[in-house]
Design a binder for this molecule. Structure first.
Ligand code: SF4
Length: 305
């Protein structure tokens, strides 16, 4: 008898998704379980979360970081020895960030997670809108990414967090791996490997790295997680968009391409790390943050040199 394509392969209830890379149709319950199982496996394999840890989650209010926080709270929320703290950075992107912060506030209040909000205005005495309006050599995303990363790391250090979770999903990681291949940038590629302890830098964790972007979106929808789906007005990184289209096209014609790219990278990265040891960590002579040069990238972008 022909298989009913709209039925869940695990329980025969109505399917809400077909995963071409696994060949499975899944209902709401089994889809959510599949995502959570992959997240747990990623954490167990890559991030050795011990007892009495404080885990910081970088929360923008967008789908990826909201889903990461929601699932982590589901997995660890009942453990008394672990504390989750959400950190939101207000970069000063008019309308867009104000709206996404409201989603971040709603989620943290719904699930009862402590929420800290820090702004570029307070920390750097400027905003991304102001920086973007000036004459500049880099794209707005370079300023935003570097300054936000630096600020989130410092807040996480200040609150004594052992880990810093970000919402990067499978698509983000496959795109970054491909972009680094295209640019021949091996050193940058190694930075995607599971983190090691370095003084002054909080260990990073990406529990959604095995979850395709469309599944993150669907997980948020079926679990009623409040997420901001609007797009940042500065989001026009040309190369990443080209790579995204190319990988999406490949994925459609050859399901599993993004997983294969990531799997190949995971096998290679240990060997590469031996050939290209990471640079020694120093302290920025201006702000004191950990970096590999005398002055960190954030201070250089802010013109403090
Ligand atoms: Fe910042 Fe660029 Fe992301 Fe906008 S798209 S939030 S500018 S990194």
């Amino acid at each position: 008898m022909a298989e009913d394509k709209t039925r869940c392969m695990k329980c025969n209830h109505e399917a809400i998704i077909y995963q071409p890379y696994s060949g499975m149709h899944l209902c709401k319950k089994h889809f959510s379980e599949d995502v959570e199982r992959k997240v747990k496996l990623t954490i167990r394999k890559n991030y050795n979360i011990g007892k009495n840890e404080k885990i910081a989650v970088a929360l923008s209010g967008g789908k990826d970081s909201c889903v990461a926080l929601y699932i982590l709270n589901k997995i660890f929320g009942k453990r008394r020895d672990l504390e989750l703290v959400a950190i939101t950075v207000d970069e000063g992107i008019s309308v867009y960030r104000e709206r996404s912060i409201e989603y971040a506030r709603k989620l943290t209040s719904d699930i009862g997670v402590k929420h800290l909000i820090h702004s570029f205005a307070d920390e750097y005495d400027t905003s991304l809108d102001e920086l973007a309006a000036k004459e500049r050599v880099h794209g707005a995303c370079s300023y935003c990414g570097v300054l936000r990363k630096s600020l989130v790391n410092r807040i996480a250090l200040d609150i004594g967090a052992k880990r810093l979770v970000t919402g990067h999903n499978l698509d983000d990681e496959a795109q970054t791996i491909m972009m680094n291949h295209l640019g021949g940038d091996v050193e940058r590629m190694i930075r995607l490997s599971p983190p090691r302890e370095l003084e002054g830098l909080v260990l990073r964790a990406k529990p959604l790295r095995k979850i395709p972007e469309n599944e993150v979106e669907l997980y948020a929808k079926v679990n009623d997680i409040p997420v901001d789906i609007s797009l940042c007005p500065y989001k026009h990184e040309a190369l990443r968009n080209e790579v995204r289209l190319m990988l999406d096209d490949f994925e459609q014609r050859h399901p599993g391409t993004k997983y294969s790219l990531q799997k190949g990278f995971d096998k290679m990265v240990g060997i590469l790390a031996k050939e290209f040891p990471q640079a020694e960590i120093k302290k920025c002579t201006i702000c004191g943050q950990a970096c590999t040069t005398d002055v960190c990238q954030a201070c250089r972008l802010l013109g403090k040199t």
